[in-house]
Write a protein that binds this ligand. Sequence first.
Ligand SMILES: CC(C)(COP(=O)(O)OP(=O)(O)OC[C@H]1O[C@@H](n2cnc3c(N)ncnc32)[C@H](O)[C@@H]1OP(=O)(O)O)[C@@H](O)C(=O)NCCC(=O)NCCS
Length: 173
Amino acid sequence: MKDNPQIRTAQPADLDDIAELAGSKDRALVRLQAAGRGEDSMLVAVASGVLLGTTSIRWADGCDPPHPWLYGLAVAEHARGQGIGRSLVRAAEAAAAARSAAAMSLDTDVDALSTVAFYQHLGYRMICGHEHRWRSLDPRTGAVTATGTAPTWIMRKWLAPQQHHLHNPVGEG
Ligand SMILES: CC(C)(COP(=O)(O)OP(=O)(O)OC[C@H]1O[C@@H](n2cnc3c(N)ncnc32)[C@H](O)[C@@H]1OP(=O)(O)O)[C@@H](O)C(=O)NCCC(=O)NCCS
């Protein structure tokens, strides 16, 4: 029987597994590098040594400043519907609350109705339309290799203030 997934901070050795979830090794590496610089935190869900999901949190310059921005959430297809996506979002929210963030924000493609429904189910509310400016980086040089914009919805959830620091699942703060 598989263990319950544990949520932990992503490590450089997770690169290949994250690449599968992110759809590109360069994208996974850029996210790990941002986490290594402290611009992001990156979480993974692992059960029985198998990486089943990931998400990143950008601490500044997200889509809805000054709130941290949740992005890159993905759960392996065979592991969906078991609560892993929710556990990752909850752990990201706990990390944000531990940094005294008032809210967590994210954006979804305007036509990603299923994703919107998922986040609504987890307590996020649609705030407004947004013109998301994306850019691709070469992880070896840091050079911008492509840029563009995409219409998205900003979604936001207000976080309860931290009452105590007894449990800190991802070692933040
Ligand atoms: C969206 C995604 C992360 C959900 O992960 P998951 O592990 O399957 O979700 P969970 O099992 O944690 O679901 C938690 C709850 O949300 C509900 N839920 C899941 N997907 C849903 C959807 N599309 N619409 C409405 N509710 C949904 C589940 O039924 C569950 O509800 P419960 O309260 O009855 O238990 C996963 O489907 C995925 O990786 N999709 C592809 C990538 C993606 O779309 N990422 C998000 C945008 S960046």
